[in-house]
Design a protein around this ligand. Structure first.
Ligand code: AMP
Ligand code: GLY
Length: 417
C-alpha cells in the first residue's frame, strides 16, 4: 500500500473553460500543493501556473510529469486521452484521472461504440459502418429521412449531420475524410449523464442539459455548447436509473470484460425517446461547458475525489452535492463557430462576479497592454447557482449584462422554461 500524500502537486492538461473550472475547484482544496496547467489561459493563470507542453504527446507529458514530481495528472480534453497520455503516465507510475487509449475509444471511434452497443444489447440508434464516404454513397442516397451521418473519429463537435434530404446526406459524406457511421434518426429531449469510475466503483454525478446550437430557439450551426443547465429537468430519477442499468453499466462491464476497463469520467449523451433512454454518443472526459455547471454544485474536495479515483480508492469517498441548480451561459466571440473574431477587449468581469456568479475563462489572453482580450471561439462561461433553474438563470443573465465586450454574443434562452 502506498501512503496517500498529504499535499499533492497537480498537473491539469487543457486550456478551456472546463479546465478553468477544474483548476478553480482543485485550488480550493487544502490538499492541492503546486497547481500547473498546460497550456492554460488568462483566467487559469489566476489560480495555476500556466506552462507550454505538447499535451497530445504521451512521452512528452510523462517525461515532464515525472521530472516535476506531480502526484496527480488530470486530463481535460479527449485528444490527449485518445493519443494515450494516460497509458504513458501510468507506465511512469504517476496517478492520472482519465481513461487509457483503449478505453477512450468510446469517444475516439463511434463505430467501436456502436459495435459494443450492438453486442451488449445497449439501446442506441440503428447504424451501419463504412470505411469511407464513397462506400456509404449508395446507402445514404436511398436511406429513409432524416438520416444521420457521422465521422467515425474525433471531430471536435463538428462531425455530425442530421440530414433532411438525401442530397444533404451525400454532401455531408463528401466532407468526411475517413470512416463513416450512418445512423437512424432518433427524436426526443436530450440529457447528459456523468459517472466517474476507478474501474470498480461507479459514482453518479449530477446530470446536465446542454444547448448545442449557436442561436436562440436551437437555431444556427452546431457548436461545442452555448450553455448548460444542471440538473437536466427531463431526466427523472426513474429514467436516470434506467439509463444507468441499460446503457452505462453494461458498457463498463463490456469494457472490463474486454480487458480494457474504463477509468475517469464517462459522459453519456442520451436521447429520451418514447421507448426509453437511448445512447447518442459517449465522451471520455468532462463536457465543456458542462463541467463549469457541475463543479459549481460540488461541495466536496475535488482533489481528494480525483486522486481517490486515479488510485483505485473511489469507494472511500462519497461526494456532497449542492441541492441548488446551476446555469452556465457561454459568451462567444462574434463569428463562432465559424471564424471567430479575436483580439477584442473584455471588461467588467469583476462587476459580474460581484453579483455572485463565477466567470470561467475559455478563450482569453492578456494583450501586451495588460488588457484581457478574446483569443478563441468560446471566450467566457458564466456560472450561477440558484434554488431552481429560474433563479440561477436570472442571476446568470444579470451578471452577463455587466460584462463590457463589443466582440461577443450569447444565447438569451439558456434555462428558459
Ligand atoms: P455532437 O455533439 O456534435 O456529436 O452532436 C451530436 C448531436 O447530433 C446530438 O446532440 C444530437 O442532437 C444529434 N444526433 C446525433 N446522433 C443522432 C441520432 N442518431 N438521431 C438524432 N439526432 C442525433
Ligand atoms: N458540450 C459538449 C461536449 O463537451 O462534448
Amino acid at each position: 500500500m502506498t501512503a496517500t500524500p498529504e499535499i499533492c502537486d497537480i498537473l491539469v492538461l487543457g486550456g478551456g473553460g472546463r479546465e478553468h473550472a477544474l483548476c478553480w475547484k482543485l485550488r480550493q482544496s487544502p490538499r492541492t500543493g503546486r497547481l500547473v496547467c498546460a497550456p492554460g489561459n488568462a483566467g487559469i493563470a489566476a489560480v495555476a501556473e500556466c506552462v507550454d507542453l505538447a499535451i497530445a504527446d504521451p512521452a512528452a507529458v510523462a517525461a515532464y510529469a515525472a521530472e516535476q514530481g506531480f502526484g496527480l495528472v488530470v486530463v481535460g480534453p479527449e485528444g490527449p486521452l485518445v493519443a494515450g497520455v494516460v497509458d504513458a503516465l501510468r507506465a511512469a507510475g504517476i496517478a492520472v484521472f482519465g481513461p487509457t487509449a483503449a478505453a477512450a475509444q468510446l469517444e475516439g471511434s463511434k463505430g467501436f461504440t456502436k459495435d459494443l452497443c450492438r453486442k451488449a444489447g445497449i439501446p442506441t440508434a440503428g447504424y451501419r459502418r463504412f470505411a469511407s464516404g464513397a462506400d456509404a454513397h449508395h446507402y445514404v442516397a436511398v436511406h429513409p429521412l432524416p438520416v444521420v451521418i457521422k465521422a467515425d473519429g474525433l471531430a471536435a463537435g463538428k462531425g455530425v449531420t442530421v440530414a433532411e434530404s438525401n442530397e444533404e446526406g451525400l454532401a455531408a459524406l463528401a466532407d468526411i475524410p475517413g470512416a463513416v457511421v450512418v445512423e437512424e434518426c432518433l427524436s426526443g429531449p436530450e440529457a447528459s449523464l456523468f459517472v466517474i469510475t476507478d474501474g470498480t466503483t461507479v459514482q453518479v454525478w449530477p446530470s446536465a442539459q446542454d444547448y448545442k446550437r449557436a442561436f436562440d430557439d436551437d437555431s444556427g450551426p452546431n457548436t461545442g455548447g452555448m450553455g448548460v443547465i444542471s440538473p437536466a429537468p427531463r431526466l427523472t430519477e426513474a429514467l436516470l436509473q434506467r439509463a444507468l442499468a441499460e446503457i452505462v453499466m453494461p458498457t463498463l462491464a463490456a469494457m472490463a470484460a474486454a480487458g480494457t476497463p474504463y477509468t475517469g469520467v464517462l459522459y453519456a449523451g442520451l436521447m429520451l425517446t418514447e421507448q426509453g433512454p437511448k445512447l447518442i454518443e459517449y465522451n471520455c472526459r468532462f463536457g465543456d461547458p458542462e463541467a463549469q455547471a457541475l463543479l459549481m454544485r460540488l461541495e466536496s474536495d475535488l482533489t481528494e475525489l480525483l486522486l481517490a479515483c486515479a488510485q483505485g480508492r473511489l469507494a472511500e469517498i462519497t461526494p456532497r452535492w449542492s441541492g441548488e441548480s446551476a446555469v452556465t451561459i457561454v459568451y462567444a466571440a462574434m463569428g463562432y463557430p465559424r471564424t471567430a473574431i479575436t483580439g477584442t477587449v473584455i471588461d467588467g468581469i469583476d462587476d459580474a462576479e460581484a453579483l455572485g456568479v463565477t466567470v470561467f475563462h475559455a478563450g482569453t489572453a492578456r494583450a501586451a497592454s495588460g488588457k484581457l482580450v478574446a483569443a478563441g471561439g468560446r471566450v467566457l462561461a458564466l456560472s450561477a447557482l440558484g434554488h431552481d433553474i429560474g433563479e440561477a438563470r436570472s442571476l446568470a443573465y444579470a451578471a452577463i449584462r455587466k460584462i463590457r465586450w463589443h466582440g461577443g454574443f450569447y444565447r438569451r434562452d439558456i434555462g428558459k422554461a
